[in-house]
Design a protein. Structure first.
Lengths: 97, 256
C-alpha cells in the first residue's frame, strides 16, 4: 500500500544498536543520581529510534517523559530520602555550600 | 549466610529469566518482518485522516478525534492521580510548613546557571506552546507540549529560586486551570451532544489542511488537554518540591 520499508536504513541500524546499549548502561549504573543522567541518554536513544522509524509523535512523548517527568519524580524521591538520612541539597546558597 | 542468599536468588531468578526469555524468543519469532505492518487500521486512517479531518498529523486526529473518548479517560487518569497526590500531601503538616516555605531563600548563586537557565526556560516555554499549537499540523500535541511547558516553568526553580517558582506555580491559579482543562474536554464533548451529534463528535467543519484553522473542534480538545497536562505537572512538581524543601526551610528559619 503506501509505505512499506522492507530494509533497515543505516540510521535505523545505529538507533537499534544504541537503544539496548543505553538500557544496559542504565542497569549497570548503581548510583541513583548518575542513573538519572544515564537514563536521560537512554530516553534520547529511544526517541531517536522512534524518530527514525517514522514515529515522531511517540519520539516526542518519549523525550518529554525521559527528560522531564521521570527525572522529576526520581530526583524528588532521592531528595526526600536524603533528608531522612540527614543530608543537604547541594549548590544552593541557603546551605552555605 | 551471604552464599546462601545468593543461592536462593539464583534459584528464583534462573527459572524466571529462562521462562521470560523463552516467551520473548517465541514472541519475536512470530513478529511480522521488519517494515511489514499487518493491521489494516493504520493504512485506513492514513488514507482517510487528511481528507476527512484536514489535520495533517493523523496521530493527533486519532488521539483527539477517532479515539477522542479514550483520551478523555486518560485525562481523567492524570487528573485523578494528581488529585490523589494533592490530597495526600496538602495536609496539616504542610500548612504548618507554609510560613517557613514562604521565607525560604535558596537562590542559585552562579550567574551562568541563572542566565542560561533563564534562557532555557524561555526557549522551552516557546517550544512547548509551539508543540501544542501546531500539534495537529506537525508532530506534537497537547500532551507533549503540556509537559514541555511544565518543564519550562520548573526551570524557574532549577535555575532561579524557590521563591520565583512559588510565583509561577501559584496553586490558587493552577487548581482552577487544571479543572478547566479536564472539564473543558467534557464540555467540548457535550457541545456536540447539544447540537444533536454524538458525544465528542467533531464540529465546526474541517477547515484548511496544513493550517491552524483545521480539524474542526479538535484544536479545542488539544488546547484543553495542554492546559490540563501542564497544570497537573506543575501542581505535581510543586507538591514534591515542598515535601523536599520544607525541612530545610524550617532549619533555615530556626537558625536565623
Amino acid at each position: 500500500m503506501t509505505l512499506v520499508v522492507a530494509t533497515i536504513a543505516p540510521l535505523q541500524a545505529i538507533a537499534f544498536v544504541l537503544a539496548p546499549l543505553g538500557a544496559t548502561a542504565v542497569v549497570f549504573t548503581r548510583r541513583p543520581l548518575r542513573q538519572i543522567v544515564v537514563n536521560g541518554f537512554y530516553g534520547l536513544a529511544l526517541g531517536v529510534l522512534f524518530f527514525v522509524l517514522q514515529a515522531p509523535d511517540v519520539a516526542l512523548s518519549m523525550i518529554v517523559v525521559g527528560a522531564i517527568a521521570y527525572p522529576l519524580v526520581v530526583l524528588s524521591a532521592i531528595g526526600r530520602v536524603r533528608l531522612r538520612s540527614g543530608g543537604k541539597p547541594k549548590g544552593r546558597e541557603a546551605d552555605g555550600a | 549466610m551471604r552464599l546462601e542468599r545468593s543461592r536462593v536468588r539464583a534459584v528464583v531468578a534462573v527459572p524466571a529469566v529462562a521462562a521470560v526469555g523463552a516467551l520473548l524468543v517465541w514472541a519475536f519469532v512470530g513478529l511480522p518482518d521488519f517494515g511489514h505492518y499487518r493491521g489494516p487500521y493504520g493504512f485506513v486512517l492514513n488514507r482517510i485522516g487528511v481528507p476527512q479531518r484536514h489535520t495533517t498529523n493523523v496521530v493527533t486526529a486519532i488521539v483527539f478525534d477517532y479515539r477522542g473518548f479514550d483520551t478523555m479517560g486518560e485525562e481523567f487518569i492524570l487528573f485523578g492521580s494528581v488529585l490523589g497526590v494533592v490530597l495526600l500531601l496538602r495536609g496539616r503538616a504542610r500548612d504548618e510548613a507554609e510560613e517557613d516555605l514562604a521565607k525560604y531563600t535558596d537562590a542559585v548563586s552562579s550567574d551562568l546557571v541563572r542566565v542560561l537557565g533563564g534562557l532555557a526556560a524561555g526557549v522551552s516555554l516557546l517550544i512547548g506552546l509551539w508543540l501544542v499549537s501546531f500539534g495537529f499540523v506537525t508532530p506534537g500535541g497537547g500532551f507533549q507540549g503540556g509537559v514541555v511547558v511544565a518543564g519550562a516553568l520548573l526551570l524557574v526553580y532549577a535555575a532561579g529560586s524557590f521563591r520565583a517558582w512559588r510565583k509561577v506555580s501559584n496553586e490558587e491559579a493552577l487548581d482552577p486551570l487544571e479543572g478547566i482543562g479536564v472539564g473543558g474536554y467534557v464540555i467540548v464533548g457535550l457541545a456536540a451532544l447539544v447540537s444533536g451529534a454524538p458525544f465528542l463528535h467533531n464540529l465546526l467543519g474541517p477547515g484548511k489542511s496544513g493550517t491552524l484553522f483545521s480539524g474542526g473542534s479538535l484544536p479545542f480538545l488539544n488546547w484543553v488537554t495542554a492546559l490540563e497536562v501542564a497544570a497537573a505537572n506543575v501542581v505535581l512538581c510543586a507538591q514534591f518540591l515542598e515535601q523536599c524543601l520544607a525541612p530545610h526551610a524550617r532549619k533555615e528559619r530556626s537558625n536565623s
